[in-house]
Write a protein that binds this ligand. Structure first.
Ligand code: SIN
Length: 328
């Protein structure tokens, strides 16, 4: 980390919170990139694979050890609780989170929405397990540490394959390529090349007290027993309203309170599905439209009876609605 420390005097301690994922995965064979078990290698061992960490003030903590496909509210609450604790410590300058790639964008968006941190919180990951001959995890972790200690950086960011993305726009777009993430229309915020951060767009501006703009109070999030149930549906050729009818008929412990529909194109919805969604809306279910397109914002259309939420991706729109419903 000799180069990484350029200009980062006084950056304080960087806390590494480990949650598992492929970056901590172990396979039987070094050339096995998919048949591995995620979440096997400890935070301390991950850091020991990163050259040049010895001069950097680091603390490592294992929050969970999991495959992020199974992400759930209690894990998010544990992560938020640890972040609240560490970010309040004056000697801590930044936090790096190691995470599985599969739901990384949801965790990043959740942390951004609930915490709006002033200090940098950088999520990183890997597409190949730690046992791979050419594992990408150590470089990604090194880049994340460099970014976290870079002057002027703040808020929730994602570092993967030499690119830096913001929490609102980052999306996993590839099943197995190392550069699996994309930043939507604006692209990457910065690149990390040759041990230096080169910014391409202004860093998301963070001011002390900006957590007032969080979607809900941290205490409210930490006290929740469950997130309000929000279903995610997609409009497509030959769609109908059967799933909506099934959701409305379900009167279990946690009835559905919201539906996000990933529409076609500019958020258009098949007429049969739209009719069912309007009925759900009339019954008090919050219904929001976004698009299943990877790029572009849903533009306002006169006469559409289903409100839009945009430019969030469908999974982030689902989370945003759940948090809004929790906030009441
Ligand atoms: C996971 O998301 O935990 C497994 C997949 C990955 O990290 O790439």
């Amino acid at each position: 980390m000799t180069q990484s420390n350029k200009g980062s005097a006084g950056a304080g301690i960087t806390v590494v919170l480990a949650t598992g994922g492929t970056i901590a995965g172990r396979a039987e064979h070094p050339d096995d990139h998919v048949g591995y078990v995620a979440g096997q290698i400890s935070a301390a061992d991950l850091l020991s694979a990163v050259p040049g960490c010895s001069g950097v003030p680091l603390e490592a903590e294992q929050v969970v050890q999991m495959d992020s496909k199974d992400m759930a509210l209690p894990v998010w609450q544990a992560l938020v609780q640890r972040l609240v604790h560490h970010l309040a410590r004056p000697e801590v300058g930044s936090v790096v989170i190691t995470h599985g790639t599969d739901t990384l964008e949801e965790t990043a968006f959740l942390l951004h929405s609930v915490l709006q941190p002033v200090k940098p919180v950088v999520l990183t990951c890997a597409m190949r397990p730690a046992t791979a001959l050419m594992a990408d995890g150590p470089q990604n972790l090194r880049d994340a540490l460099l970014l976290a200690r870079h002057p002027g950086v703040g808020g929730v960011l994602v570092a993967c394959a030499g690119q830096v993305f913001c929490a609102r726009s980052v999306t996993k777009v590839h099943t197995h390529r190392l550069d699996a993430f994309d930043g939507g229309e604006t692209g990457a915020l910065a690149v990390i090349e040759n041990g230096s951060v080169r910014s391409l767009h202004p860093w998301p501006h963070r001011r002390a007290g900006s957590s007032e703009h969080a979607l809900l109070a941290v205490e409210q999030f930490l006290a929740a027993d469950a997130l309000p149930r929000v279903a995610l549906l997609t409009s497509h050729a030959d769609a109908d309203g059967d799933l909506v009818a099934a959701l409305l008929a379900h009167a279990g412990e946690q009835p559905v309170r919201g539906i996000v529909v990933a529409g076609t194109g500019n958020g258009s919805v098949h007429q049969r599905l739209a009719a069912a969604l309007l009925q759900a809306q009339a019954q008090g279910i919050r219904v929001l439209r976004t698009t299943r397109c990877a790029r572009g914002e849903v533009l306002e259309q006169v006469g559409h009876d289903l409100p839009k939420i945009s430019p969030l991706s469908p999974v982030k729109a689902r989370l945003a609605l759940a948090l809004a419903l929790l906030a009441g």
